[in-house]
Write a protein that binds this ligand. Structure first.
Ligand code: FAD
Ligand code: DHB
Length: 399
């Protein structure tokens, strides 16, 4: 590719997901300039339905950065969650168990909307709809990113000090770390989630995670008018096989308990199936390239950790870059991967634990399935076990 135009910035960020957008804001607050290159349009990234739960420290970070006004007005703040199994409900009071930390439900695309508009308002550069992103000179002091503006546009070049690969699981950044220089760890689960958005009133004041012999189900919310629900399905299943009636019938069967509680129905206006995996890439850096968020690791959604981990990575990265620009120290940059991976592996463990405990895995023996029920029974009757779950769910401390 021969660039027709060449510009310079301090940090080239690939991807305007939570990782890329938070990074750009955090760097801006340290006086460090960045450019975000995003392959999709603004409308697409602001309309993609994904995560819903924010850890307490992410809420505090957004408020501290002046980005939390709409979240504080429109988000939902729950003191705990409900675990349901054997048709019994058990409340886990996260706030009481963690000294006041809460469960915040505020959709990922709303976070994206808030971060995009604030970044553009304060003069930041986000180039949407770019294609053909390629890297050069990652090992030197002046790496470069080449890309096209639009699908067939002219080739541009961005010269920079660092590249932050925040381009999700399928982006090119992780692949730019030579295969021989990285180790990948992975579990692919034999189940997925079918997620819906429905125009219905809330059925319950907090999230319900249900273990049922027909498979896992989760009740979440988006607003007083819109609810978010998930059921465990075969990841290879076709959404066309799932009529609205069939979805509601499964949700009723898996979520209802002995108390007579009922699920409120409404029109379903969005539905889709996602596969589930656990994945870690080690290391998360190569020369002047640093990867963050889903580009470096994936968790199954059961622990609600993915978005939060992406923010944790870029907080570590922004601090390391700030130290470098302030005093030339490279210690933080060199330790980036090791620092992040300590938190990542704990989140991987927690997400795997929640997933295996709550889902029905037909490949497991009846013995293993009974062990998961015993684990749940132990959990809801042990303050120590509930505290361990609560500490992880609301987010481990961010030093
Ligand atoms: P992404 O959000 O994937 O952003 C990457 C960006 O890079 C995208 O905008 C993409 O278009 C762009 N990109 C890709 N390739 C290129 C390229 N070649 N050039 C330029 N740009 C590129 N997490 C939670 O914390 N809590 C939850 O409750 C939760 N629930 C979830 C529920 C579901 C159904 C799903 C699917 C995920 C859930 N997650 C949850 C996970 C969370 O959504 C992700 O972990 C999060 O989006 C990761 O952010 P990211 O910025 O690393 O990557
Ligand atoms: C939601 C998603 C999750 O993965 C989860 O564990 C809880 C809630 C949600 O989309 O609301």
């Amino acid at each position: 590719m021969h660039p027709t135009k060449s510009t310079r910035t301090q940090v080239a960020i690939i991807g305007a997901g939570p990782a890329g957008l938070f990074l750009s804001h955090l760097l801006h607050r340290q006086g460090i300039e960045s450019v975000i290159l995003e392959s999709r349009s603004r409308e697409e990234i602001e309309g993609t339905i994904r995560a819903g739960v924010l850890e307490q420290w992410v809420v505090d970070l957004m408020n501290g950065m002046g980005l939390g006004d709409r979240m504080m007005r429109e988000g939902h703040f729950h003191s705990g969650i409900t675990l349901r199994f054997d048709r019994q409900s058990h409340h886990i009071d996260m706030a009481e168990l963690t000294g006041g930390k809460r469960v915040t439900v505020y959709a990922q695309h709303e976070v994206i909307r808030d971060l995009v508009s604030a970044r553009l308002e304060d003069g930041g550069t986000i180039l949407f709809g770019v294609s053909d992103v390629q890297f050069a000179d990652l090992d030197g002091k002046a790496p470069r990113v080449q890309f096209r503006r639009g699908p067939d546009g002219p080739v541009d070049e961005l010269r920079c000090d660092f590249i932050a690969g925040c381009d999700g699981f399928h982006g090119p950044s992780r692949q730019a770390i030579p295969a021989a220089a990285r180790t990948e760890y992975q579990i692919v689960y034999p189940f997925g989630w079918l997620g819906i958005l429905t125009e219905a009133p809330p059925s319950h004041p907090e999230l319900i995670y249900a273990n049922h012999e027909r498979g896992f189900a989760l009740l979440s919310t988006r607003s007083p008018e819109v609810q978010r629900l998930y059921i465990q399905v075969d990841p290879k299943d076709d959404i066309a096989n799932w009529s609205d009636d069939r979805i509601w019938s499964e949700l009723h069967r898996r979520l209802e308990d002995e108390s007579g509680w009922t699920l409120k129905e409404g029109p379903i206006f969005q539905k889709g199936i996602i596969a589930m995996r656990s994945f870690v890439c080690d290391p998360m850096q190569h020369g002047r390239l640093f990867i963050a968020g889903d580009a470096a690791h994936i968790v199954p959604p059961t622990g609600a950790k993915g978005l939060n981990l992406a923010v944790a990575d870029v907080l570590v990265l922004s601090r390391a870059m700030a130290a470098y620009y302030k005093s030339g120290t490279t210690e933080g940059l060199e330790g980036y991967s090791a620092t992040c991976l300590r938190r990542i592996w704990k989140a991987e463990r927690f997400s795997w634990y929640m997933t295996t405990m709550l889902h029905r895995n037909e490949k497991e023996s009846p013995f293993e399935q009974r062990v998961h029920l015993a684990e749940l029974d132990y959990l809801v009757h042990s303050r120590a076990a509930m505290t361990a779950l609560a500490e992880n769910y609301v987010g481990l401390p961010m030093e």
